[in-house]
Design a binder for this molecule. Sequence first.
Ligand code: CA
Length: 202
Amino acid sequence: MKRILLVEDNTDLAGGLRRNLEHEGHRVSVAGTAADALALAVQEVPDLVVLDLGLPDRDGYHVLERLRATGCQSPVLILSARGLEADKVKGFRLGADDYVTKPFGVVELMARVGAHLRRTSAAPEAAAGVGLSDDVLRDRYGLTERQIEVARLLAQGYSNAEIGEALGVAVFTARNHTDQILFKLGAATRARVGAILRGQAR
Ligand code: CA
């Protein structure tokens, strides 16, 4: 079973795609906004991301850029009504693996999804599944549930102010958590936290 993150704000389309993907035996999480997509990508560590470009908050390019900047290596298949060559080139430059123009045939889309997933299972170390689980962060590093939450945000490049906002706590509380996390992980910098969480620290 593969985990697929479906980023699509059109609920009809998202529902139809979800049914098709689940029919293929995959577990599907649906995000309707860029913010939800980025949060889910950290929580779920998907094997594949299907990404719509037109989203209500930020566009899909922004999501893709953030995913790649934070070390997510899952294949990303862009699904978009924007069919211009320039749109596709921009997508590939930002790290997309495939680009399908709407309207699309669902059978072809499922075939493409299957092809990308086969490639990642053939090279598991290249898939985004690598990285430290919550269990490891708790048991080996002694992070609390809250600190694990904060560490995942740190790994995404959130500032203390943004963490405070995301969790509804004061900035100094966020800073205290950050200091504790750096100490427990033995990380010299915030960027290092991302590397450790992704299992890339040496
Ligand atoms: Ca859309």
